[in-house]
Design a protein around this ligand. Structure first.
Ligand SMILES: *Cc1c(COP(=O)(O)O)cnc(C)c1O
Length: 404
């Protein structure tokens, strides 16, 4: 089990106060907090070996290149990719998805079909709509049920020889539902479709094995895994990454340039035009080391305890309804209080030092399904405690009293 008091000492921000109260940070599904080892990696880079990578023969450039490429190896190992060059370092999940969505433009034709899930984040809807506009492909949606789960029978019916791509998140950021991605991948492959999994919300809680999943593409952001913002990853199977064209043109991604013709660099550089977020990549590696040091099994077991406790305590409040009631879910609780607007609840609990998210969580189709403007979302991490959940429950009770 985790020594949570000791873990909390790793996060300097957790000692601060908000409106004179100790900070309770329950907005982990939007971004995680940063442990000192990751902050140290950032400071160390800018203090000691800040230089551009890959091009320089001088010592600092070599040190920066080695550290950046070491980070890529850490990402490879973490996700169990077969080859290091199957890991593209990007600016985050959104960037990673756009690389694939743009790349597929030349591979799709009119009448081809793309299947997405009803539980998607906007970053996993809009790029596909744009791809459909460019190619004449058709977007189909796997619907959801009241519990916030995908209706897999309908998925079976949507699949056909026309299906070229299937996209879903691994875990829903709005509701916490863990989607049956093994089944989704296997069935997509049976009709010859490629699968991209958005792991942005899964990676803080589980350690995906891309080879065991046999997934074609898997994407995530460092900032939800104790790393910095503006950096993330794209895993793609070698044969797919070779097939797709580059996303951006520029430095780093070329082999040879003349005004007549340019040949592209091999993987992974073909997809890494321009100077990347070097420091961010190195800090991403440090964040993976930190989380693996704690252990994902320990993290999941502890967070499940928080989820169970929080669910039970919040449901004791009369008039409180939780959205997303799948048995298969992670530590995200999305709720509303009678017909009080979520924004009003969020504002009052903030005055009590508690950070929750309110709104549609970049997943408007889910809110439309429930016919609500949004929810209050409390998302727990391994550095949160039951005492903090007690503080949230008290704050929600207070909000209810003030607003009803
Ligand atoms: C956060 C999130 C994204 C977007 O990640 P960015 O880091 O903003 O690119 C996409 N999908 C899911 C499920 C997320 O939780």
């Amino acid at each position: 089990m985790l020594d949570v008091q000791k873990i909390r000492e790793d996060f300097p921000i957790l000692t601060r106060e908000v409106h004179g109260k100790p900070l309770v940070y329950f907005d982990n599904a939007a971004t995680s907090q940063t442990p000192q080892v990751v902050i140290d990696a950032i400071v160390d880079y800018y203090s000691n070996y800040n230089a551009n990578i890959h091009r320089g023969v001088h010592t600092l450039s070599q040190e920066a290149t080695d550290a950046y490429e070491m980070a890529r190896k850490k990402v490879q190992k973490h996700f169990n990719a077969k080859h290091t060059h199957e890991i593209i370092l990007t600016s985050g999940t959104t960037h990673s998805i756009n690389i694939i969505a743009t790349g597929f433009t030349s591979l799709l034709s009119e009448g081809d079909e793309i299947i997405v899930s009803a539980l998607e984040h906007h970053s996993n809807i809009v790029p596909w709509q744009m791809l459909c506009e460019r190619t004449g492909a058709i977007l189909k949606v796997i619907p959801m049920n009241e519990d916030g789960e995908l209706v897999m029978d309908v998925y079976d019916q949507l699949l056909s020889n026309q299906t070229k791509l299937v996209f879903t998140n691994h875990i829903s950021n709005a509701l916490g539902t863990i989607n049956p991605i093994e089944e989704i991948i296997e069935k997509a492959h049976s009709v010859g479709a490629a699968v991209l999994i958005d792991g942005a919300q899964a990676c803080p809680h589980v350690k995906p094995d891309v080879q065991a999943l046999d997934v074609d593409f898997y994407v995530a952001s460092a900032h939800k895994l104790c790393g910095p913002t503006g950096v993330g990853m794209l895993y793609g199977k070698e044969e797919w990454l070779n097939k797709l064209p580059p996303y951006q043109g520029g430095g780093e991604m070329i082999e040879q340039v003349t005004f007549e013709k340019t040949t592209y660099a091999g993987l992974p550089h073909k997809f890494e035009a321009g100077t990347p977020n070097i420091c961010g990549g190195i800090a991403f590696g440090a964040a993976l080391d930190y989380m693996n040091g704690i252990g994902f099994e320990n993290i999941a077991a502890y967070e499940n305890g928080l989820l169970e406790y929080g669910t039970q305590k919040l449901l004791e409040i009369e008039g409180l309804k939780i959205y997303g009631t799948s048995k298969n879910k992670t530590s995200v609780i999305s709720f509303n209080l009678n017909d009080i607007h979520p924004y009003d609840v969020g504002t009052i609990v903030d005055k009590l030092g508690i950070a929750v998210r309110t709104g549609h969580h970049c997943a408007q189709p889910i809110m439309d399904f429930y016919k609500i403007p949004g929810t209050v979302r409390a998302s727990f991490s391994f550095y949160n405690t039951k005492e903090e959940i007690d503080a949230l429950v008290e704050a929600v009770k207070k909000a209810k009293m003030m607003l009803s």
